[in-house]
Design a protein around this ligand. Structure first.
Ligand SMILES: Cc1ncc(COP(=O)(O)O)c(C=O)c1O
Length: 450
């Protein structure tokens, strides 16, 4: 069986498909008869969207001198230059956060946050199952158990109502993930955390500038974590950040990510070193990020307008369920996702629907699958460390509880998503997404039979 396509793999393929579609658009489209446009592309008609989509990442020639300056300075690591610190100030300001610590990646940002919020071996962290695997991995690397609350099919995010029953005397933190850039409903999550004295670490790795009730994601819990990996809206190849409003926590983050060297008011046990690692961002990453902050703001607004349009149009199509956002919040749409109901498409399976949509020139993905059944968690809980840290009863109950994630199963089986770069196209092109879905619905019986 072919392994499921990862989000990053999908983005890579989308860029490649865009290039080939662009080529098709210029080379082959004139030979297609006009009448063919009414036939689904999968059955031999012309695609609704014959051209390409904006590529990603995008860079400008005007950035080159700044990057070259770093190269020629020889000051490539954060200790020797000013760009990383400059980026930290600028990103914190953009988010309205008191502090920001730049890191080597989003994964290392999560590891820093887990360490500083005192998640230790044998602890449990309540987390969304519907996320990139790095979220699971960060918790597992701390030798803590990622305990999944369920996904709300209406929001694709953590359902706060399913959190309390997962709390045990080992639980130390809740880690909501603002998936695809859509804010989680943070008020009830924070209220549960307060009641049970738990830390809240936001995985905002896909949610740069997303807003919940007037505040930015990544500033709503104790600490927020971001990724600047290549596919992200603010990319630097690799990169990440931890954000927050408490100096004591951010001092600890600084110390831990820099081999445990004392920082600010955090002096550690022995005045100079505490336990730590090297998760530092490089100057090259920072200087590339600094070029893009205004661009991020502009593109976020542009994506938002196009996504609002899709939300309104797709909601009128029977069998397409658009995602519900919390009140007074703003998604930044790392993927634009909706849920698909095959019953309104003459039983056309989701896979076949996605093939048909891709053939119409709209590359799409089914998003995350039920990754907790892939073997990664079994391998972890069968390892010597986990067997020593947790009782056999706890590990059995944990393994059994994975079958209770009914909301998540539904989301994994019914979601269809397009990547953020499509939202950067002109409105008339974005409109092709709606036209293609309508066209597939009109021909769904024939497509289901073929
Ligand atoms: C939700 C989520 N969490 C964590 C990460 C990890 O970030 P990185 O790839 O920068 O380590 C990512 C990156 O894709 C992510 O999407």
């Amino acid at each position: 069986m072919k392994p499921p396509l990862t989000r990053r793999g999908f983005i890579h393929q989308t860029a490649a498909a865009s290039a080939s579609l662009a080529w098709l658009g210029s080379q082959q489209a004139p030979r297609v008869l006009a009448a063919d446009t009414v036939q689904p592309a999968l059955l031999g008609g012309a695609p609704v969207h014959p051209g390409g989509w904006p590529g990603w990442p995008i860079w400008r020639q005007s950035w080159e001198p700044a990057v070259l300056d770093v190269l020629r300075s020889g000051s490539w690591f954060r200790g020797a230059g000013e760009h990383v610190a400059e980026f930290e100030l600028a990103y914190a300001k953009l988010l309205g956060a008191k502090r920001c610590l730049a890191t080597a990646s989003g994964t290392t940002a999560l590891l820093v946050a887990l360490q500083v919020m005192d998640v230790d071996a044998g602890d449990e962290v309540i987390v969304s199952p519907y996320t990139f695997i790095a979220t699971y991995n960060a918790i597992l690397l701390k030798k803590a158990l990622p305990v999944f609350a369920d996904t709300d099919p209406a929001t694709l995010n953590l359902d706060p109502a399913t959190i309390p029953s997962r709390i045990t005397d080992r639980t130390r933190a809740i880690m909501p993930v603002h998936i695809y850039g859509m804010p989680c409903d943070m008020d009830p999550i924070n209220a549960i955390a307060r009641e049970h004295r738990l830390a809240v670490i936001e995985d905002a790795c896909q949610a740069w500038l997303a807003e919940y009730k007037g505040r930015k994601c990544g500033t709503l819990g104790d600490l927020g974590c971001f990724s600047f990996q290549n596919s992200k809206h603010l990319p630097s190849g690799e990169g990440g950040a931890v954000t927050g409003n408490r100096d004591d926590l951010l001092d600890r983050c600084q110390a831990f990510h820099n081999c445990g060297r004392a920082f600010g008011n955090f002096k550690g046990d022995r005045a100079y070193f505490t336990r730590g690692s090297n998760y530092r961002m490089q100057q090259f990453q920072a200087v590339i990020l600094l070029q893009q902050l205004e661009k991020l703001v502009r593109e976020t607004a542009w994506r938002g307008e196009n996504a609002d349009h899709l939300q309104a149009q797709l909601a009128t199509i029977p069998g397409i369920k658009t995602v519900r956002l919390p009140e007074n919040s703003r998604s930044v749409w790392h993927l634009y996702a909706f849920r698909y109901d095959a019953r309104e498409f003459n039983g056309l399976s989701r896979d076949r629907f996605m093939q048909a949509l891709s053939a119409e020139g709209i590359p799409c993905t089914g998003g995350y699958h039920e990754q907790y059944f892939d073997g990664l968690l079994d391998e972890a809980i069968q390892s010597r460390g986990f067997q020593r840290l947790f009782s056999p009863q706890r590990l059995k109950a944990y393994r059994d509880s994975l079958h209770e994630l009914k909301g998540n199963r539904e989301v994994c089986a019914t979601t269809v998503a397009v990547t953020q770069n499509l939202l950067l196209a002109e409105r008339r092109e974005v409109e092709h997404v709606v036209e293609a879905v309508r066209k597939i619905q009109a021909h769904s019986a024939a497509l289901a039979r073929a």
